[in-house]
Each structure stands twice: as structure tokens, then as C-alpha cells.
Design a protein around this ligand. Structure first.
Ligand code: ARG
Length: 489
């Protein structure tokens, strides 16, 4: 599985690098201060700043600004010399940010104004950069670029996880365990089949992020604050420069300026895909927690991803798995935050929408971290073959096969089900394993049981009888593994 182009990213600067500035009379907001006689209160600045978290958008913001400047020159709105000065200035600022030398200023509110003000200090032409643009379409574009990168990164982590899951499955194709429904023993499956179930889920997650990346791929620049611009801009130019194009290289433009600045569908879709992926890794985690308990004993988790108890010397706790289960709750919380944030807002942009970013950033960071931790925990997991074999030797797991045996001998399934139920009850009463009843005993329940009735309890035969698509038969499992192997190479 290949994902889309990967943009670079880097950790946000530590908060200590952010200078909390006191409000200065009418100078703090050079970008919109014209109609104000007094600067914002220090408390207001603290309340309204977003640069402490949106600074991580800087590479995308600069990418967008460079495309915008190039378009302004191509349409004759600024000169080529002004464009070149702006591009060089933006490159220098990006280098400074990457080197951790850029000083972020909360008094300048957000990532956009920090960069614009820094550019203004370097080049006079900076004053023309914001022509035909608003922070409303700017943030919409920044986030679309961010989302493309985020989806590609999650897809890469999912692919790495899928490979480890597949390796584990390949090694456990004939290692059988009880499969459970209601957490009660149900029917035998191979560990490989069980792991393949998760491979399917994470495979769908992978496709979901690919679909999501397609939904994101529309350029909102040119929407302005709400109603576009009177200036003769070229939206197609910008869309092409930023890679908002279809398979044939044709630019894709958001078709409604109000929708483009007000809607947050893609934010909700992203956190939803993360939350769903989170429910998947939470469920694997829960299965592995059970498997590594003394009661199940199917698996031993690696020391490197477990912890001890400060009091009980014997303890080895599956903390990585418990945290995976726990952190998936955050992903669901982030989705709820966004749904509630957006639902009552009148069109178009409202400042509430600044709160859309922390949940998105947290969902990306948490999802990546969790996928990596799950992958490494699985990589170090050891399966206890003896404990698996002991558990799967329970003949009750094949009670359904016994009913199928009667069906093959002409008994209607409902009758067969009832007869086997009576045989199970008899074994329980006699306190013997189901397959240790005598032929005479079972024939008293149904005359359709023949000499060969106990042959049903041969596990290998039972597994080989399940070879149709999607079933846990060894050939079927091997072919699913081969299919995934091909996909992941
Ligand atoms: N930092 C702002 C946000 O993410 C950018 C848009 C600000 N627009 C505005 N009209 N104040 O919401």
C-alpha cells in the first residue's frame, strides 16, 4: 500500500519560546488594528491566541502563501520582483522555524499573523501578500494541506502495523484457539484467522484515510473572508501549485466560497476516521489483555511494553495495551468536541472555529503514537502453543460440527441442534467430556448417530472442513495471508 506524498512536519516550538507580550496601544495588531484606538487586553490576548498550537501549521501556511504570491505575480497584481522578495523571505522564515530560532509572539494571535509580521520585517513587499486573501480561506487551505500530510502519515503507520500483524498471522496458521462469542467459548479458529480479522479492520481504516485524502483535495483559496474578491485572481493557478488536482492534473476548486470558509466536514471526518481506528486498536488491545492473563495464557507480552507493580513483585501488567484502550477514548472525545463545536454555528466563519484545531492535532498525534505502540507490542508478543492447544482441545467447541454431522445424515438442523444440546447436557450430567460418551449413550438421544460420530472431534478435520471464502480453514487462511502479502508489498 502506497500513500500520497508525505510533507514534512516537525514538533511545535516549546512554549518557553513564545513571548507573552503586554498589549501595546494600537500597535499589537498591525494587521487589523486600523479601526481600534486601544490594543486588546493582556487577558484577551491570552484567551484568543492560537499560535501556541497552530504554529505547527507553519510549513503548510508558508506553502500556501508561496503559491498565493506566485499567482498574484502571474496575474499582474504584484510585480515579479515583489514575488521573488516574498518567496525568499518566506523560505528564510521557514528555515528559521525549522531550526527552532523563530520567536513566536502570542500578541500576534495566530500562525498566519506571526509569519506575515516576520515577513514584513524582512521585505516591504510583504504588505501586498495578503491581497485577495483572508485568514478564513487561508486557514481552510492550511488545514487541507495538513490533512493530506496527516492522512499519508497515518496510512504509513497502518501499513507498518498491518505488516507486523501479517507476520504474526503467518506464524500461527495452524495454531488453534477457541473463538469466543459473549466471551464464552464458541468454535475453534486459528490465531491467524483471529489476527486476520484485525487486518481487515485496519485495512479498512487505511482505505478510509485514502478516501478522506480525496475529500480534502479541493482548494479553498480565493474564497476570501466569505464572498471571494473583486481582484482578478487565478484560483486554478493556486490549486495546481498546491497539488489540489485530480488524476489528470486538473485543478479542483471548492465551488462555494461560504461553504469553503465555514464548513468543517473534513475535520469531523478526520477525527471520525481516527476514532474508528481507535475502536479497532482498543479491541485488539482488549483481546491481548485477555490472552496474556493467567486465565487464558495464550500470549506473553514483551517486557519492553509491560510494567511491574510497585508493591506486588510478581506482577507484569499489560500497560501498553491498557493505554491503547484508554487513549482510544480521547479519539472519540475529539470527534464529539468537533460535532458539538460546529452544529449550532451560523454561516460562515465564527471564531469558535479556532477551537477546531486542538482536537484534530490530538487525534493525529494520538493515532500515530497508538499505532506505533501496538505494532511494537505485537512484534514482541510470544504465543504459548501449549496453552492454546490445551484450551482448544475442549470438545464442546465442536458441538456445532456434531449438529452438522446429523444434518449430513438427513436430520433437520433444528432437530439436530436439539439432539446435540441433549447430548451436551448428558455429558455434563455424567461429568465426562462430550466426546467420551459411549455410542450407546448418544444413540439413546438420536438414532442418527453412527459408529463414526466421535470422528467429528478431530480438530484438524474440523478445520479442513471450513475452506470456503472467509472461513478459518488452513488453505483459506493461507490464501488470505497471500492476498494481504501481495497488497502490502
Ligand atoms: N486562527 C484563526 C482560526 O483558526 C484563523 C482565522 C481567523 N479569522 C478571523 N476572522 N479571525 O480560526
Amino acid at each position: 500500500m502506497r500513500s500520497a506524498a508525505v510533507f514534512f512536519s516537525f514538533p511545535p516550538a516549546p512554549l518557553s519560546r513564545i513571548t507573552p507580550r503586554m498589549a501595546k496601544k494600537n500597535t499589537a495588531q498591525a494587521t487589523w488594528g486600523g479601526r481600534f484606538s486601544e490594543g486588546p487586553a493582556a487577558l484577551m490576548l491570552q484567551f484568543s491566541e492560537s499560535v501556541s498550537f497552530d504554529q505547527r501549521l507553519a510549513p503548510f501556511d508558508i506553502q500556501g502563501s508561496k503559491a498565493h504570491a506566485a499567482m498574484l505575480a502571474a496575474t499582474g497584481i504584484i510585480s515579479a520582483a515583489e514575488r521573488d522578495a516574498i518567496l525568499a523571505g518566506l523560505d528564510a522564515i521557514l528555515a528559521e522555524i525549522k531550526a527552532g530560532k523563530f520567536v513566536w509572539d502570542t500578541a500576534l494571535e495566530d500562525v498566519h499573523m506571526n509569519i506575515e509580521q516576520a515577513l514584513k520585517k524582512r521585505v516591504p513587499a510583504a504588505a501586498r501578500l495578503h491581497t485577495a486573501r483572508s485568514r478564513n480561506d487561508q486557514i481552510a487551505a492550511d488545514m487541507r494541506l495538513f490533512f493530506k500530510d496527516a492522512a499519508a502519515r497515518i496510512q504509513d503507520s497502518l501499513t507498518a502495523l498491518l505488516r507486523v500483524l501479517l507476520d504474526s498471522a503467518a506464524q500461527a496458521q495452524t495454531l488453534y484457539i477457541p473463538g469466543y462469542t459473549h466471551l464464552q467459548r464458541a468454535q475453534p479458529v486459528s490465531v491467524a484467522h483471529h489476527l486476520l480479522a484485525y487486518i481487515e479492520m485496519f485495512g479498512r481504516d487505511h482505505r478510509r484515510f485514502a478516501d478522506f485524502a480525496g475529500h480534502v483535495n479541493w482548494c479553498p483559496l480565493g474564497s476570501g473572508a466569505i464572498a471571494g474578491t473583486t481582484l482578478p485572481i487565478d484560483r486554478e493557478f493556486v490549486a495546481k501549485a498546491l497539488g489540489f488536482t485530480d488524476a489528470k492534473g486538473r485543478p479542483q476548486l471548492t465551488p462555494n466560497s461560504m461553504d469553503a470558509v465555514a464548513d468543517r466536514d473534513i475535520f469531523i471526518e478526520f477525527t471520525s476516521a481516527c476514532a474508528l481506528c481507535g475502536t479497532h486498536f482498543s479491541r485488539v488491545a482488549e483481546d491481548l489483555i485477555l490472552w496474556s492473563s493467567a486465565e487464558f495464557g495464550y500470549a506473553v507480552m514483551p517486557d519492553a511494553f509491560t510494567t511491574g507493580s510497585s508493591l506486588m513483585p510478581q506482577k507484569k501488567n499489560p500497560d501498553s495495551l491498557e493505554l491503547l484502550r484508554g487513549k482510544s477514548a480521547r479519539l472519540q472525545g475529539n470527534l464529539s468536541t468537533l460535532l458539538v463545536l460546529v452544529k449550532g454555528l451560523p454561516l460562515t466563519y465564527n471564531r469558535d472555529l479556532q477551537e477546531d484545531k486542538p482536537p484534530v492535532f490530538d487525534s493525529l498525534d494520538t493515532t500515530l503514537l497508538c499505532l506505533n505502540v501496538l505494532r511494537e507490542t505485537l512484534r514482541g508478543m510470544k504465543l504459548n502453543h501449549a496453552r492454546c492447544a490445551a484450551a482448544v482441545s475442549d470438545p464442546l467447541l465442536l458441538a456445532t460440527d456434531l449438529a452438522d454431522y446429523l444434518v449430513r445424515r438427513g436430520v433437520p438442523f433444528r432437530e439436530a441442534h436439539h439432539a446435540v444440546g441433549s447430548v451436551v447436557a448428558l455429558a455434563e450430567k455424567e461429568n465426562v467430556p462430550l466426546n467420551k460418551l459411549t455410542l450407546a449413550q448418544v444413540r439413546r438421544v438420536s438414532e442418527h448417530f453412527g459408529e463414526d460420530w466421535a470422528g467429528v472431534f478431530d480438530l484438524e478435520t474440523a478445520m479442513r472442513s471450513r475452506e470456503r471464502t472467509g472461513m478459518p480453514g488452513p488453505k483459506q487462511v493461507a490464501s488470505q495471508i497471500a492476498r494481504w502479502r501481495k497488497k502490502l508489498n
